[in-house]
Ligand binder design. Structure first.
Ligand code: ATP
Ligand code: MG
Length: 638
């Protein structure tokens, strides 16, 4: 950071979008209530979260809301006893939700499965019993290497129900990446499938799982459970491998739910590895369930009639909080889709929205950019009038992508809920609600009970309009409770700027207190003393009709110290040539001013991304500058 520790703000996006009056009238949280919640949380933060905790069921309530004596190892709801699965499933069986649909699943070939809360509850119980009979007990780690299948949800819930700790590993990861996670977690059991459908093909999963176990640490994984998805023959190792269907068939429909202490771990989630070696973030039962429940139900305004579709894979934290636990705790109906978003063609997602009457559609900028590339004719073929809210997470959404989504998918009526959060935060942190005024590209303001700020390197708040480091200044309930076997890494989040949580992103606050994420702190580019976030430069590129995706990095420059280099993927119908390069440079200059000099532009067929679809600038930078690339197990290969 320079002497003031600020980041220049170049992008000026001044449009403001208001919600339709009907949305405001019907919202669970109206503007007065939101203001009231902010006030309450500011005056009495623990009181605010205590009230949120009271909406859930507990075996025993807490002695205290927050114990901060051993900060930064904060303990939420110490003394309480609970289990998130009790709130996600068991309690619904006693209510009118019992026979409501919990999950609508669609396979890539078009097959469907639907589960009511009661059916899901029984499936989970049967598998929980099976896990117990395999010797899995409280505290054991279970790695779930699965595509989006109902059994993935069932495995997560069954594991948590018996007090074991799950770690879902994205099915697109290689044997090496899987092995690394199994070893780090010292997992006792691996759950996988024979294969799954992706882009019209069968991807063999059991084979990769077998490969991962060769060379895995000697005392991990003594059994493997295999779900039959594609009915392909797989080699089963006698005494080690079990067919899921055989295990559950003989089990009872009821199973006791383990009584957990507040900070008993619920799951490990290895972060997607955009910047380096994956870290095993730990989330625990009590705080996680409170934070996720309060934020999901308020931010997405969940109503009994909603059909909620979060497109994130269960292998990411979004797939946990917004794909499985949040919707189930809220008693809503979720949609899950197995396959490729463009299979058999680029309207698959819209056909699913129309078929099931999806009301809330939550996705990521990488998906939106891809859909934009194919054009608005695909959504036009379907009746998307059921949609009420749209959502985005994972990267900054450019104003261009935001308005495309708003217009073409949301009929210029559905608010785009841009949620900023992280694997580490467990729940939404900075996000609007349906009643909020929206500015495309801004994640708006911290939610009630969340204190966030933009500061310089010494922790001093920077003035409005200036960029700096995004920090969270108070603990929040669903914060990670640690890093698996790595207290030092956990502490670093709180020690780089003493006493506050350093998120690792750069952001700015505008005059209205709206927060704009400018990119990752590691990706800031310093051009002749001006520090510029990658998101702003890339958003400016996005305004040119030729650009589909773009990544901007800093490269060494003799005069300026660093210069910006852009990697651009073009939209269909555009050809790379010198005129286009000139035109692109002109666009950036017009949008961002003379500071944002782009030294060079390289056209690419595709950009390197994490498995979760985030652009990996560090890979481009390493390639360009000839550095060591570092850990690449998170890199997308196809
Ligand atoms: P790693 O920490 O291993 O590098 P990662 O940060 O990509 O991986 P996640 O926890 O999945 O892992 O992602 C959180 C990050 O994603 C945030 O720190 C931020 O950089 C980005 N992000 C998430 N939501 C938004 C959003 N709405 N706007 C801008 N950026 C976002
Ligand atoms: Mg991160």
């Amino acid at each position: 950071m320079d002497q003031k520790g600020t980041v220049d703000n170049l992008l000026q996006e001044e449009r403001v979008f208001r919600p339709l009056p009907q949305l405001v009238i019907e919202a669970n949280v109206n503007p007065q209530e939101l203001e009231g919640a902010h006030k309450f949380a500011r005056m009495d933060p623990t009181g605010y979260w205590e009230e949120a905790a009271d909406e859930l069921d507990w075996f025993k309530k807490w002695d205290q809301v927050l114990d901060d004596r051993d900060a930064p190892f904060y303990r939420w709801f110490p003394g309480s006893r609970c289990n998130i699965v009790y709130n996600a499933l068991d309690r619904h069986i006693e209510t009118a939700n019992k026979n409501k649909l919990a999950l609508i699943w669609e396979g890539e070939p078009g097959d469907q499965r639907k589960y009511t809360y009661f059916e899901l509850y029984r499936e989970v119980n049967r598998f929980a019993n099976a896990l117990r009979s395999l010797g899995i007990k409280k505290g054991d780690r279970v790695v779930i290497y699965m595509p989006p299948l109902p059994e993935t949800v069932i495995s997560m819930l069954a594991t948590a129900k018996i007090g074991a700790i799950h770690s879902v590993v994205f099915a697109g990861f290689s044997a090496k990446a899987l092995r690394q996670r199994i070893n780090d977690a010292q997992a006792k059991l691996l759950i996988t499938a024979d294969g799954f459908y992706r882009n019209g093909q069968i991807i063999k999963l059991k084979e990769t799982a077998d490969e991962a176990l060769v060379g895995a640490c000697a005392d991990c994984v003594d059994s493997m459970v295999v779900v039959r998805r594609c009915n392909i023959g797989v080699d089963m190792v006698d005494g080690r491998d079990f067919q899921y269907e055989d295990l559950v068939r003989q089990e009872r429909n009821e199973a006791p739910t383990e009584v957990m202490d507040a900070d008993d771990p619920l799951f490990l989630m290895y972060t997607s590895g955009t910047t380096g070696k994956p870290k095993g973030v730990v989330h625990s039962h009590a705080g996680y369930m409170v934070g996720v429940h309060r934020t999901l139900t308020t931010v997405f305004d969940i109503k009994p009639t909603d059909i909620f579709w979060c497109t994130a894979d269960p292998g990411w934290v979004t797939g946990h909080s917004a794909g499985v636990y949040g919707p189930l705790m809220a008693g809503t109906t979720s949609v899950m889709y197995e396959g490729h978003p463009n299979y058999p063609q680029a309207d698959r997602l819209w056909s699913i929205v129309a078929k099931y009457g999806v009301t809330i559609f939550y996705t990521a900028p990488t998906m939106i950019r891809m859909l934009m590339r194919f054009g608005a004719q695909y959504p036009k073929q379907h009746d998307l009038s059921s949609l009420r809210l749209l959502g985005s997470v994972g990267e900054s959404i450019s104003p261009e992508a935001w308005t495309w989504l708003y217009k073409n998918i949301g009929r210029s009526e559905c608010p785009v809920i841009d949620t900023w959060w992280q694997t580490e935060t467990g729940m939404f942190m900075i996000a609007p609600m349906p009643i909020s005024l929206l500015k495309p590209g801004s994640v708006t303001k911290p939610l009630p009970g969340i204190e966030a700020d933009v500061v310089d390197r010494d922790g001093n708040p920077v003035p409005p309009g200036k960029g700096g480091l995004l920090v969270i200044t108070k603990p929040w309930p669903s914060m990670m409770t640690g890093m698996w076997n790595d207290d030092e890494t956990y502490k670093e989040y709180w020690e780089r700027i003493p006493g506050v949580y350093l998120a690792g992103d750069v952001a700015r606050k505008d005059e209205d207190g709206y927060i704009w994420i400018q990119g990752r702190a590691d990706d800031v580019i310093n051009i002749a003393g001006h520090r510029i976030g990658s998101a702003e430069l890339e958003a400016a590129f996005g305004m040119h009709p030729a650009v589909s995706e773009c990544a901007v990095i800093g490269v060494p420059d003799k005069i300026k110290g660093e210069a910006a280099k852009a990697f651009v993927q073009l939209n269909i119908d555009f050809e790379p040539d010198d005129d286009l390069i000139k035109d692109l440079k002109r666009t950036i200059r017009n949008e961002l001013g003379p500071v944002a000099v782009i030294k060079s532009i390289e056209f690419r067929e595709s950009l390197p991304k994490t498995r979760s679809g985030k652009i990996m600038r560090r890979v481009l930078k390493a390639e360009d500058c000839g550095y060591e690339i570092g850990d690449l197990t998170g890199l997308e290969e196809d």
